[in-house]
Design a protein around this ligand. Structure first.
Ligand code: NAP
Length: 284
């Protein structure tokens, strides 16, 4: 079958968003004498997590956002991590805090996330941020979901009244993206590992979000012809949660991996860090 899908270019859109964030960071620095600062916290030595944090810090630096990195040993306890994050929450020179997920199996990650002050929660991981986002109130969006919405908006995807199916219900991705889609008046269905007859549900999706964490899990047979397919997955070898080639035979719009959702996540993080700094430094 031939491919009918148009690509959603997250890389190019993210480049423009980061450029705007950099301009705002520079203006804020001129105005206040202080540049925005993101604190990154990494527990342990997982190479993938270390790479993600390095990438995020490098992008910050390019955009004129300072980063302060705290690398904590794998043996760090939940109490120690909470203390570290609480100190960052109280530090006036830190405007945003990012705790790299996963923090490790022995860590109560929820407790650690909740130590982030809501006004510094630029990664949108606290209960406060989730509730604000779900109620359509001011607050920081979870970065990957926020990036996905920006991408959908950029490609003029009309969500009102559309059936959006989210495969995955994690706290950082599946659940919040469903809430954002609901906020745009989509009719949202969540699928997860206990969902029965997944394909019968996904095949009815006008907008299908793959947030399942399994390589090439969703393919043509899961996709309604003409659907918009968002692949949030990220696996070694530039593989997503969607089988890209077969999905392209059905989708009208699709995000590639890499160059789709990934760059949008970082762009949202940088934008929200500048927003946080502007609010804390009482500037615009
Ligand atoms: P996660 O915490 O492992 O959650 C996966 C979700 O998929 C769970 O809700 C799980 O259901 C569901 N699931 C697992 N097997 C399933 C099956 N056979 N059928 C239906 N649902 C199933 O993963 P995550 O952190 O949300 O990440 C998801 C993907 O996004 C991963 O590939 C990750 O690498 C990627 N990601 C990308 C970015 C980015 O910036 N691009 C950011 C974050 C994550 P249960 O709840 O029932 O277990």
């Amino acid at each position: 079958m031939t491919s009918t899908a148009r690509l959603m270019d997250g890389r190019e859109l993210a480049r423009r968003i980061v450029e705007q964030a950099a301009e705002r960071a520079a203006a804020l620095t001129r105005q206040t004498g202080t540049s925005p600062c993101l604190a990154t916290v990494l527990v342990g030595d997982d190479p993938a997590s270390a790479t993600y944090v390095r990438m995020k810090r490098a992008r910050c630096e390019k955009a004129g956002i300072r980063s302060r990195h705290l690398a904590l040993p794998a043996a760090t306890t939940t109490a120690e991590l909470v203390d570290t994050i609480t100190a960052l929450s109280h530090d006036p020179d830190v405007h945003g805090i990012l705790l790299q997920h996963p923090a490790g199996p022995h860590i109560d990650e929820r407790a650690a996330f909740e130590a982030i002050a809501p006004e510094k929660d630029v990664d949108g991981v606290t209960c406060h941020s989730f509730a604000a986002m779900s109620f359509g109130l001011d607050g920081f969006a979870s970065c990957t979901p926020g990036g996905i919405l920006r991408l959908l908006d950029h490609y003029d995807v009309d969500l009102a009244g559309k059936h959006a199916v989210v495969v995955g219900r994690s706290a950082i991705l599946g659940r919040p993206v469903g809430m954002l889609l609901l906020g745009r008046n989509a009719t949202v269905t969540y699928c997860h590992s206990r969902t029965t007859d997944l394909a019968s549900i996904t095949k009815d999706a006008d907008v299908l979000v793959a947030a399942v964490g399994r390589p090439r899990f969703l393919r043509d047979e899961h996709i309604k012809p003409g659907a918009v397919v968002i692949d949030a997955g990220s696996h070694p070898g530039n593989i997503g949660d969607v089988d890209f080639d077969s999905a392209c035979t059905r989708a009208s719009l699709i995000t590639p991996v890499p160059g789709g959702v990934g760059p949008m996540t970082i762009a949202t993080l940088l934008t929200q860090t500048v927003d946080a700094a502007a609010a804390q430094l009482k500037a615009v």
